[in-house]
Design a binder for this molecule. Structure first.
Ligand code: SAM
Length: 243
């Protein structure tokens, strides 16, 4: 029997989900950066800065950024002035192009269009696998974690930055109202696509909690898995080693 996937609260098949998610990103690509600043009041910049600090980048690290979008994480890595080899990987051409435009003239960056569920890299290739606000959008996200494990070198590390579950019930209830009412409204005004931001809100609701995602990482072979809450757990960083 074919498995159903959630596109927000709508049940769809695997092909439909991938296509619908890609339609969302094609639609929001030109306003993606502005919208991020508006909806997080600039906080996403701090979360990404912290994420790259946690990565503890070393000279000559070979880094895969999956769902790299408009290149925020690569940009933050470049700011560290540590020499790395970056692979920016995204299924959406329009989003990848935004990244390319922004990072033009930067050295040692490869741009690849592809699906996180099926990475076209050999085994044991990368020192670090990073994925920021993308895991939630992948149709079979478990498959993407297995692929991450395969392409990392032994000793390599997985880093995921993603929306998660706030710890305080007070924050949780106001955040719920913000996601379901204000976010689609802002999306309608700024990105001219209310539905794309309704999808964002629903996809956050349905994404696994910190504990579930930690279990997923262990189940896929990662070890010493940890999660770090940012902003009371509205966002979390998950890390794990391939040993
Ligand atoms: C919310 S954006 C995040 C962009 C960037 N990483 C950031 O933190 O700002 C999610 C990105 O993941 C990409 N994406 C979604 N599903 C994907 C998949 N299956 N494989 C690769 N990229 C995917 C989208 O095209 C989009 O560019």
């Amino acid at each position: 029997m074919k498995k159903d996937y959630n596109f927000g609260y709508t049940k769809v098949n695997s092909k439909q989900k991938t296509k619908l998610v890609q339609n969302v990103f094609s639609s929001v690509a030109p306003t993606y950066d502005v919208m991020n600043d508006f909806m997080s009041l600039g906080m996403h910049r701090l979360w990404k800065k912290r994420f790259v600090e946690v990565m503890d980048i070393k000279e000559n690290d070979v880094i895969l950024d999956v769902g790299s979008g408009s290149g925020d994480i690569a940009n933050e890595i470049i700011k560290s002035q540590i020499s790395t080899y970056l692979y920016l990987f995204d299924l959406n051409k329009a989003m990848l192009e935004e990244g390319k435009k922004r990072l033009k003239n930067k050295k040692n960056i490869n741009y690849i269009i592809g699906n996180a569920e099926n990475l076209n890299f050999e085994n044991n290739f990368f020192d670090k696998y990073v994925i920021s606000f993308c895991l939630r959008n992948i149709t079979d996200y478990i498959l993407s974690i297995k692929e991450a494990y395969r392409v990392l070198k032994p000793g390599g590390k997985y880093f995921c930055l993603e929306f998660s579950n706030p710890k305080s019930s007070l924050i949780s209830s106001s955040y719920k109202i913000y996601k379901s009412k204000i976010l689609p409204l802002l999306g309608g005004i700024i990105a001219k696509d209310k539905n794309a931001y309704r999808y964002l809100s629903e996809s956050i609701d349905l994404f696994p909690s910190q504990e579930e995602l930690k279990k997923n990482l262990y189940d896929c072979g990662f070890q010493k898995v940890k999660s770090i809450n940012l902003f009371n757990g509205i966002v979390a960083i998950h890390t794990g080693y391939k040993i």
